[in-house]
Design a protein around this ligand. Structure first.
Ligand SMILES: Cc1cc2nc3c(=O)[nH]c(=O)nc-3n(C[C@H](O)[C@H](O)[C@H](O)COP(=O)(O)OP(=O)(O)OC[C@H]3O[C@@H](n4cnc5c(N)ncnc54)[C@H](O)[C@@H]3O)c2cc1C
Length: 433
């Protein structure tokens, strides 16, 4: 029997477990360990609450859990409750699928002022991540600035702009829904260092901004290159740019909230007495390599809230080589050290969709199969259980999660699929109800 520990129960962790099942059949036992009592990583805590069809991918992961050779081991933090060295003693292979949950700082003066937050924190707040449930962002408005031109920036803008009714069917947590309902934000500015042809926004997500009840996207046609250049873009990008052109051309009635797309705009400082009150922005132009260069021309946007959607990093774990510049584990295509691997965002950094993690998981299992040449003499699960029991760690199993899940569904407000528990103690308590 071979024993594999997968650390992290997000998409990368589950695709790795699925691949192990397919590769080794009944000759493998996989433990998927997560620091939280609830599985699925960013499917639960990242993907927007009003995108339920995407969140539905967890059904596939459920099937992996309901087999005999895969086990969910929740409420166990690797690096605190159990070390990598200990896991290496117990398992033939340890795969780090810990994602990239830490925000990158803006790196400009004033980025530590209250009111300046990262998207992991803000997204975690509206999705009920226990680390961020108490964030209490300042929604007094009227200005909010979002730094970044990717899909996360779009999610954040849409969530800030939606009405209570537009969240029908979403699993946004009650504290966020209530706070957003009383929001005074009326102008949301998206800052992009480069132009419309350099966005990283997909057409479906961008198109949604054109159909919001009380918000209108505002785009300046003067920011675009000649329309003939759109033909050189790949089809998805061309569709996104067409949405932007449509927004620029639309002259519909103004709605309560404006979502301004400020292109060629680079934040240089956040200012305020005791908290963010304004952001200073420098206009840019593109050089021959399409890099943004500051022009020296500056303007000011008043705002109490600045949300940086500029990427994430993987927190280091003791004993695991780390690439500081790139904020991820140091590996050769996923091989870190003998018996230690990484996969998903912890390997590649924060890019790609949920599906991108599937080939990643299958590739790492192929590598593990290639590397497994020694005797099959590792103790696996019983050794981990004995160690955690000795340390008083309260493991949450997949059956426990099913009870937590049922309790969340039972307490949903009308029209919502669930009301998530946002405190770890409440999640754990729900399994005994
Ligand atoms: C805001 C946002 C919205 C997104 N929306 C979409 C979308 O609509 N469609 C789409 O295709 N993709 C979307 N993505 C991308 C998608 O979520 C990622 O591709 C995917 O989740 C990465 O998977 P992962 O398993 O590497 O990491 P994660 O999903 O982050 O999973 C990591 C897991 O590891 C656990 N963990 C971390 N450290 C430890 C530790 N020390 N010990 C034990 N466990 C630990 C965490 O609790 C977590 O469960 C979105 C991403 C973000 C940030």
């Amino acid at each position: 029997m071979r024993h594999i520990a997968v650390v992290g129960s997000g998409p990368a962790g589950y695709y790795t477990a699925e691949a192990a099942q397919k590769k080794f059949g009944d000759a493998v036992r996989v433990d998927i360990i997560d620091r939280l009592p609830v599985p699925y990583g960013l499917i639960r805590f990242g993907v927007a609450p009003d995108h339920q069809s995407i969140k539905g991918v967890h059904k596939r992961y459920e099937a992996v859990n309901l087999s005999d050779n895969v086990r969910f081991v929740g409420n166990v933090t690797v690096g605190r409750d159990v070390s990598i060295a200990e896991l290496n003693q117990f398992y033939d292979a340890v795969v780090l699928a810990t994602g990239a949950p830490a925000d990158r700082r803006l790196g400009i003066p004033g980025d530590d002022l209250p009111g300046v937050i990262g998207s992991a924190a803000f997204v975690g707040w509206y999705n009920g991540h226990p680390d961020f449930a108490g964030l209490d962002p300042d929604l007094t408005g009227p200005g909010a600035v979002i730094v970044g031109n990717g899909n996360v920036a779009l999610d954040v803008a849409r969530i800030l702009a939606k009405t209570r009714d537009e969240f029908l069917g979403a699993d946004i947590v009650a504290h966020a829904l209530d706070a957003l309902d009383h929001s005074g934000i009326r102008r949301i500015t998206l800052l992009g260092r480069r132009g419309p042809h350099q966005i990283a926004m997909t057409p479906k997500e961008l198109g949604e901004l054109g159909h919001l009840g009380r918000a209108t996207p505002v785009v300046d046609l003067g920011d675009f290159p000649p329309i003939g250049e759109d033909a050189l873009l790949e089809p998805g990008m061309r569709k996104s740019v067409t949405h932007l052109r449509d927004f620029a051309a639309a002259a519909g009635p103004a709605k309560d909230i404006a979502i301004d797309f400020d292109f060629f705009a680079m934040p240089v400082a956040v200012e305020g007495k005791d908290r963010a009150e304004r952001i200073i922005v420098e206009k840019t132009r593109l050089d021959a390599d399409l890099r943004a260069i500051g022009t020296g021309e500056r303007y000011v946007i008043p705002c109490h809230l600045v949300i940086a959607c500029i990427g994430y990093q993987t927190p280091p774990i003791t004993g695991v080589p780390y690439e500081h510049g790139r904020g991820r584990f140091a590996s050769d295509e996923g091989r870190i050290l003998p018996g230690l691997y990484c996969v998903g965002w912890a390997r590649r950094g924060p890019s790609g969709t949920i599906g991108t993690n599937r080939p990643d998981g299958y590739a790492i299992i192929d590598m593990i199969a290639e590397d497994l040449t020694g005797a099959a003499d590792k103790p696996g699960r019983p050794a981990l259980d004995a160690l955690l029991d000795g340390r008083g760690v309260d493991i949450v199993t997949f059956r426990d999660w099913q009870k937590i899940d049922a309790a969340e569904i039972a307490r949903a407000r009308a029209g919502a699929p669930r009301e998530k528990f946002v405190a770890i103690d409440d999640m754990i308590a729900a399994r005994s109800v």
